[in-house]
Design a protein around this ligand. Structure first.
Ligand code: DGT
Ligand code: CA
Ligand code: CA
Ligand code: ZN
Length: 574
């Protein structure tokens, strides 16, 4: 059991409890535990098996949760989860995957309309019953209709960081068996999409049948879907499907290219090959029946007159034309990043102290960070009022005075209120080093209202950046309605930055919007929205996102040394 699998079980327990009207504190305890476990840097299964450190030393994990984690790791199941699930119709949990439906609404649909499945919900919608329920209305009805369609066509996708945990563990397991020459995870995973449908693993091996045997014996496998001598497909316990293919070394590059995709990129590429009198498939590039390339991706692209393209760009969004003209962008890399511009501490909804966050950031080689706790409107997180914020800033002045070679910027995640006003007065904002403004409330306003709020914030002289600009939460909440072009224009005009938030649940801005903003001349910052030191490693996902958007280091302000970064901020403009 990997950490994400344990976390998912706890999340589902929280959902089940909430649908069954359990004590809200109990629900919260499971949700918090799920989050902690998902972000925990070491596999909990190792802790359980090796017994080096008691689980209860993990913040937020008491005796009861520790016992449940041990049960999950040792038996692969959680009896509480089973008991709770037994009390409800099986289809009810599926409803939670529909955007807009949380446990509260699912509970109402179940109680009032006897909805037990997606099919029931579709019927209730058609009968016009749903919009009469309290808290639903015609707008929600429309959203559910759209969500229902989506949920039916697209199966559940896994967040990139969870898929990465599974990919790393699976590859390590396969390699430990020996006999593998080359191994790569291709597909959307290699393209670093923010969600992953399934994993596509390629190997070269002398005895491929033995590799397939080992693969299907992997302890994390819940179901073997198919198995042959050169190919097998399994489903892991967490629900993720994994394809494993063995190929000959002479075709490895061709297979890697083909299975990396995207499909749209491959279709374009195959057309180019045909135009030049070649045939391209997963076995190689062929002239008649003779294979003229296939060992590496580079030689295939080169034979077609193209530069090698980073997988992140292979979405048929113009990268092939750029590769032909030798004009591919020089994509930003993780090592270009010198600071992290969004994180929370225990002063609001984070888990660690300023010192712990700073220490961890320093270990990563950063030169600076911004502490961006919430402002007061976010009461759920005990957001900071001017008095508490100024006290924090005094502490930061002291910290900075006592340290060398590392700076903590005085900052705030400033709420843009429903009215469009900012949550803190200008005299406070003027004392900050960096301000990132975000929207958390009034998300059901119209596009016009939301656009006015965000554009207004971008135009404010003391707002340096717009954080998680679309507000999407992957698999949970759709972006709010927004005229993104108007926001981009305001950012370009005023020098306001757009944040690429690399928290795996956000990945916001989405890559296509970030690419569009770049074409308009916008500038960006990368951040993790960390709530504990372990989250700071999410920066790699922010970089993934930036690369998919075609961003270079020069487009991103926190690739610059502190003095240059600060000078380039809007607030430094004369
Ligand atoms: P996913 O798994 O939904 O996150 O996305 P992918 O891109 O990993 O898609 P997947 O697993 O269905 O297929 C892996 C790659 O194999 C895909 O990116 C391109 C290639 N591929 C699959 N089907 C086709 C096809 O019909 N035509 C072409 N040209 N390539 C295909
Ligand atoms: Ca895939
Ligand atoms: Ca696949
Ligand atoms: Zn936020």
């Amino acid at each position: 059991m990997q950490n994400p699998d344990i976390a998912r079980l706890f999340d589902e327990v929280a959902d089940l409890l909430e649908i069954q009207d359990a004590n809200p504190f109990r629900v919260r305890a499971y949700r918090n535990a799920a989050r902690t476990i998902r972000d925990y840097p070491e596999p909990l299964a190792d802790l359980v098996h090796e017994g080096t450190k008691p689980l209860t030393e993990i913040p937020g994990i008491g005796d009861d949760l520790a016992e449940k984690i041990t049960e999950i790791v040792t038996t692969g199941e959680l009896s509480l989860h089973k008991q709770l699930a037994k009390k409800l119709p099986a289809g009810l949990l599926d409803l939670l995957r529909i955007p807009g439906l949380g446990p509260k609404r699912v509970k109402l649909l179940h109680k009032k309309l006897k909805v037990k499945s997606a099919a029931d919900l579709a019927k209730a919608l058609d009968a016009g019953k749903v919009q009469k329920l309290k808290g639903f209305g015609p707008k929600m009805e429309e959203k559910l209709r759209a969500g229902l369609g989506q949920a039916q066509v697209t199966e559940r996708r896994m967040l990139l960081n969870e898929a990465e945990t599974q990919a790393d563990a699976t590859v390590a397991y396969l390699e430990a068996g020996g006999g593998i020459d080359r191994i790569a995870v291709a597909g959307s995973y290699r393209r670093r999409r923010e969600t992953i449908g399934d994993l596509d693993i390629l190997v070269t091996a002398d005895a491929s049948a033995a590799v397939m045997d080992r693969f299907t014996q992997y302890a994390e496998v819940a179901e073997i879907i198919s198995k042959g001598d050169t190919r097998a497909t399994v489903k892991l316990r967490g629900g993720l499907q994994v394809d494993l293919r063995a190929v000959e070394p002479a075709a490895y590059g061709a297979a890697l290219q083909y299975f990396t995709g995207s499909k749209a990129h491959n279709v374009e590429l195959r057309k180019i090959a045909q135009e030049q009198g070649y045939k391209l498939n997963e076995y190689g590039l062929f002239k008649g029946t003779r294979r003229i390339a296939g060992r590496t991706e580079e030689e295939i692209y080169a034979k077609l007159g193209l530069d090698w393209m980073p997988p992140e760009l292979r979405e048929a969004r113009g990268e092939i034309a750029l590769a032909r003209e030798h004009h591919l962008p020089h994509l930003v890399e993780l090592r270009d990043i010198r600071g992290d511009l969004q994180m929370h501490t225990a002063a609001t909804d984070g888990k660690a102290t300023i010192d712990e966050m700073a220490h961890a950031a320093r270990e990563l080689g950063y030169e600076y960070i911004a502490i961006t706790d919430h402002s007061k409107r976010v009461t759920m997180a005990r957001g900071l009022d001017p008095k508490r914020l100024r006290a924090q800033w005094r502490a930061l002045d002291e910290w900075n005075g006592a340290s060398e070679g590392f700076t903590i910027l005085k900052s705030i995640e400033l709420d843009i209120l429903e009215s469009g006003k900012l949550d803190l007065p200008d005299d406070v904002l003027a004392e900050a080093d960096y301000v990132v403004a975000t929207v958390h409330y009034g998300l059901n306003q119209t596009e016009k209202e939301l656009t006015r709020r965000l554009v207004g914030a971008a135009e404010h002289p003391l707002v340096d950046a717009i954080g998680h600009p679309t507000g999407r939460l992957l698999g949970k909440r759709e972006p709010y309605p927004l005229d993104f072009e108007a926001l981009t224009q305001a950012c370009v005009d005023t020098g306001c930055l757009l944040e690429l938030n690399g928290h795996p649940e956000r990945m916001d801005l989405p890559d296509t919007l970030a690419a569009a903003a770049r074409r308009h001349g916008a500038r960006f910052v990368l951040s993790t929205d960390s709530h504990q030191p372990g989250n700071l490693s999410f920066m790699k996902y922010a970089v993934d996102l930036a690369r998919r958007a075609g961003l270079e280091a020069g487009d991103i302000l926190n690739t610059r040394p502190l003095a240059e970064f600060s000078k380039a901020l809007k607030r430094a403009r004369p």
